[in-house]
Design a protein around this ligand. Structure first.
Ligand SMILES: Cc1cc2nc3c(=O)[nH]c(=O)nc-3n(C[C@H](O)[C@H](O)[C@H](O)COP(=O)(O)O)c2cc1C
Length: 166
């Protein structure tokens, strides 16, 4: 997936919300993207939901925090898309394609445009998958480890983690 995304100028990612979360496969894909796919890619987010739609918020927030540029505003569709929602999708896709073309032209005009520098802390936080894991620490040369039942990102600046310890 990462190889394919790295060959593309942009990508669109979507998710349903199940039990207040994105499915694990989506969370895994998102973690890999944040850690491995340059922030210079154009992105889009879409999702179906029933009543709360947390997965769409998660995708949007993580990609915004990762400094990716959005080709269209995230699309939220309640259950199955109706005719109007499908038309909105077509408009968004057109907008995305136009932006891609515009960027390609700009890149031809400025081929030396530097790729965004990846902040390694942001990269590390992007890999946090929110499940059972061993957290390691190092303070004044003293190393320690603890088993946690949940880890997720709590803040960006300063970079913070939220832990659940059994
Ligand atoms: C088991 C289950 C749990 C769900 N949990 C949520 C939820 O927490 N929040 C929400 O907005 N929608 C929830 N939904 C609604 C789904 O997001 C919605 O059915 C799906 O996005 C629409 O796709 P579908 O046509 O494949 O069902 C849930 C649906 C199922 C079946």
């Amino acid at each position: 997936m990462i190889d394919t995304l790295n060959q593309c100028d942009g990508f669109i990612i979507g998710s349903p919300t199940l039990g207040g979360h994105a499915p694990v496969q989506i969370q895994t894909a998102l973690g890999l993207i944040l850690a491995n796919v340059p922030k210079t890619k154009l992105v889009g987010v879409f999702g179906s939901y029933g009543w709360s739609g947390e997965a769409i918020d998660l995708l949007e927030q993580k990609l915004r925090d990762g400094n990716y540029t959005f080709g269209f505003e995230p699309l939220r569709v309640r259950f199955s898309p109706d005719r109007e929602a499908l038309e909105t999708c077509v408009v968004a896709a057109r907008q995305f394609a136009q932006q891609l073309r515009k960027r390609q032209k700009q890149q031809i005009a400025r081929p030396t445009l530097a790729k965004a520098q990846t902040d390694r802390t942001t990269e590390a936080l992007g890999r946090v998958m929110g499940s059972l894991c061993v957290l390691t620490t190092q303070t004044d040369g003293v190393q320690a480890g603890i088993l946690t039942s949940w880890v997720s990102q709590a803040s960006f600046n300063p970079p913070g983690l939220m832990l659940a310890i059994p």
